[in-house]
Ligand binder design. Structure first.
Ligand SMILES: [Zn+2]
Length: 415
């Protein structure tokens, strides 16, 4: 770890070419949360305070963005009525539903608290608005196995009373959708060597997804509706941010296009609700998270070969690395993946939309990995880069690599 004062660290970032930092706000002004159903989750603000950070940042010429989490897991676990609910009636322990009015009221209060008390904040970063039973970006080992692609093509949530009401209002055939989602969810959870091969043998390429969708057209309505739910939430957030200060920008943390849709994130359809997207690339780390739900499939029936689980994953996601859990876990996605995902995002949002590539900076990512990912992001059309320091676990050499490469790519990239 670099042992340096906060001011020196900010100076170091500025020297590395960073133009803004993203920080969280620990404190709170309790009056903003009065009358809410959900209690204020207040912590003591540790030093340096947000006010002090803003002052120091201004001195070194760096702007400050504050990250807020519109889906605090504490609410989902302590107040199950706010949690994402699956088609079988299970409640998520990790993710509250963005359609829940009490969750939205808390998020709005949080935004007002920050923007009305700290004038120099230039942007609010949304730490992922999405609909999923678990924390998709950091899949845990505790999730029960579910067969791909059924598990993703037919998302099991959210069937909370608020989402149900909104589905009725939209005129969806919720009864038919619910029947299909239930049937496919149960099929995805029923794992054996035989049931695995039923998917493995029938999804051999991308075109097979089309066959699946033609057989289950209501699934498209469901996927589209889930995007509308996320859009509805973003719209409410935008309204409050812009009513306080139209100059404050909203950046949304997005999963890469290849699976953002599975959680209701829609690059083209939601762009007008945000001022830019930050695409979260765990590229090098992706394997260590995404291998967990794959191993969970194996747990259900050890007869299923690892290599076939990985082969199916490869057909669906375009993963190009080795076909063992160990290789995937250690190597993750290669840098070319960053290029392709940026290209997809760019094509979806058009040439003038603000896209930032969020690159992970902790180990096993090396300085070389960080540099390659930034280069690929630039080639794919990123407007800027963000380094995920992952709670202080980024190595000093990865910071330096990020800064050096970022500065170099301020000029047009050389082929
Ligand atoms: Zn819901």
């Amino acid at each position: 770890m670099v042992q340096a004062g906060y001011r020196e660290t900010l100076k170091f970032y500025a020297d590395c070419g960073a133009t803004s930092i993203v920080v969280s706000y620990e404190g709170a002004h309790p009056e903003y949360y009065e009358g809410l159903k959900l209690p204020l989750l207040q912590r003591e603000e540790t030093k340096p305070t947000l006010k002090e950070i803003c002052e120091m940042a201004e001195e070194v010429g760096v702007e400050v963005e504050v990250v807020i989490d519109p889906k605090n897991s504490i609410f989902a676990s302590k107040f199950p009525e706010t949690a994402i609910t699956d088609v079988l009636g299970n409640k998520s322990k990790f993710v509250p539903c963005p359609s829940n009015p009490d969750i939205m009221a808390y998020t709005k209060a949080r935004i007002r608290d920050i923007l009305e008390n700290y004038e120099s904040i230039m942007a609010i970063e949304l730490d992922g608005v999405y609909i999923d039973m678990h924390q998709r970006m950091t899949n845990r080992r505790v999730e029960k196995g579910a067969l791909y692609p059924l598990h993703h093509l037919v998302p099991e949530s959210c069937f909370c009373k608020h989402c149900r009401r909104l589905a009725e209002e939209e005129g969806l055939n919720l009864k038919r959708i619910e029947e299909t989602v239930k049937e496919i969810t149960l099929r995805s959870l029923n794992i054996s060597l035989d049931s695995f091969h039923q998917v493995y043998d029938t999804f051999t390429g991308g075109y097979d997804i089309v066959r699946f969708m033609l057989d289950h057209p209501e699934v498209l309505d469901w996927l589209e509706f889930r995007c509308k739910l996320v859009a509805r939430s973003l719209e409410a957030i935008r309204e409050v941010v812009k009513s306080i200060d139209p100059k404050v920008k909203i950046f949304h943390d997005m999963l890469p296009p290849i699976w953002a849709w599975s959680m209701g994130q829609d690059y083209a359809g939601q762009k007008h609700l945000c001022d830019g997207y930050k695409i979260i690339f765990f590229n090098k780390r992706t394997g260590s998270y995404e291998v967990n739900p794959l191993m969970a499939i194996k747990d259900e029936d050890p007869e299923i070969p690892d290599s076939e689980i990985m082969e199916l994953f490869k057909r669906l996601t375009g993963y190009q690395g080795g076909l063992s859990f160990a290789e995937f876990s250690q190597q993750g996605f290669p840098p070319i993946n960053v290029y392709y995902e940026l290209r997809k995002a760019r094509v979806e949002v058009g040439s003038d939309y603000f896209l930032i590539a969020g690159i992970v900076g902790d180990q096993p990512a090396t300085p070389n990995d960080v540099e390659e990912a930034i280069t690929m992001a630039a080639k794919g059309g990123a407007d800027g880069f963000c380094l995920h320091t992952w709670y202080g676990r980024t190595t000093p050499s990865n910071y330096a690599a990020f800064g050096n490469k970022g500065r170099e790519l301020a000029k047009p990239i050389q082929e």
